[in-house]
Design a protein. Structure first.
Length: 252
């Protein structure tokens, strides 16, 4: 069973819900929250053959890490998703569920300190053993804009980036301020496509980009996650991120 180092204190809770990887290499991590009332409830669902869902790891609020699917197997966590040219995200990624009720059951609770510390250790191990660069540690909302919102606006991406476990640029005050002008939709679409987001082909209007903008804002501008459009300063932030961490794939 291929999994993270035993030194991380991982507990086996195997799920039958997995299959062979259809392509490779494994070069992504996708972070989720469980949106359930407890880790045990999430484990029951992730191990239920009738549910057709699973993840490689589940990190509890107390910092316990459960190994559910071997890393060399394809877990069923991403669903309909895309990042760059990758359309079978499940085959290319390791899925990590974080025990958190999520916005579906309550206002999104913060992620507990022991949980974040355990996640950092797990990510450090994974990125050390797989060809996963920090820019390919993404959230479920990143790969499924408009369909998923986890891990949500309260997740501390900046903390992970400080340890080269994800990416982050500190935004300008203008990028964080409510926008009075929608900004350049074409420039925004091009920047997000370069980052890896699935942008509608030829998108040139904010109405077509709303779900992608909201996914981007939750990830990189959390105070702006509920705003209806980006604004020029936020567009400039997206362009700067794409210049630092372009994906290998094309532009709108």
């Amino acid at each position: 069973m291929q999994r993270a180092s035993a030194s991380l204190g991982i507990v086996d809770r195997p799920s039958p819900n997995h299959g062979p990887r259809r392509e490779g290499p494994v070069d992504m991590v996708v972070l989720h929250y469980t949106a359930m009332e407890s880790a045990e409830a999430a484990v029951r669902r992730l191990a239920d053959p009738a549910a057709d869902v699973s993840a490689h790891y589940l990190v509890g609020r107390c910092g316990t890490v459960l190994a559910m699917v071997p890393e060399d197997r394809r877990a069923w966590h991403a669903g309909r998703a895309r990042w760059g040219a990758v359309e079978d995200v499940n085959s290319r990624s390791i899925g990590i569920e974080l025990d958190n009720e999520g916005a579906a059951l309550s206002p999104l609770p913060p992620f507990a300190e022991p949980q974040m510390a355990a996640l950092e250790r797990l990510l450090g191990d994974l990125l050390g053993r797989h060809p996963i660069p920090p820019e390919r540690v993404v959230g479920h909302a990143c790969i499924s804009p408009g369909r998923k919102i986890d891990p949500g606006a309260k997740f501390d991406w900046r903390r992970l980036a400080a340890q080269d476990l994800a990416i982050w640029l500190d935004p300008s005050p203008a990028a964080l301020a409510p926008a009075g002008d929608p900004g350049d939709a074409v420039a925004f679409a091009q920047a997000l496509s370069r980052l890896g987001y699935a942008v509608p082909p030829g998108a040139a209007r904010w109405e077509a980009l709303l779900s992608v903008w909201q996914a981007f804002a939750m990830r990189f501008l959390p105070p702006r996650a509920a705003d209806p459009w980006a604004g020029p300063a936020a567009v400039a932030h997206a362009v700067a991120l794409a210049a630092h961490w372009p994906s290998a794939d094309g532009v709108v």
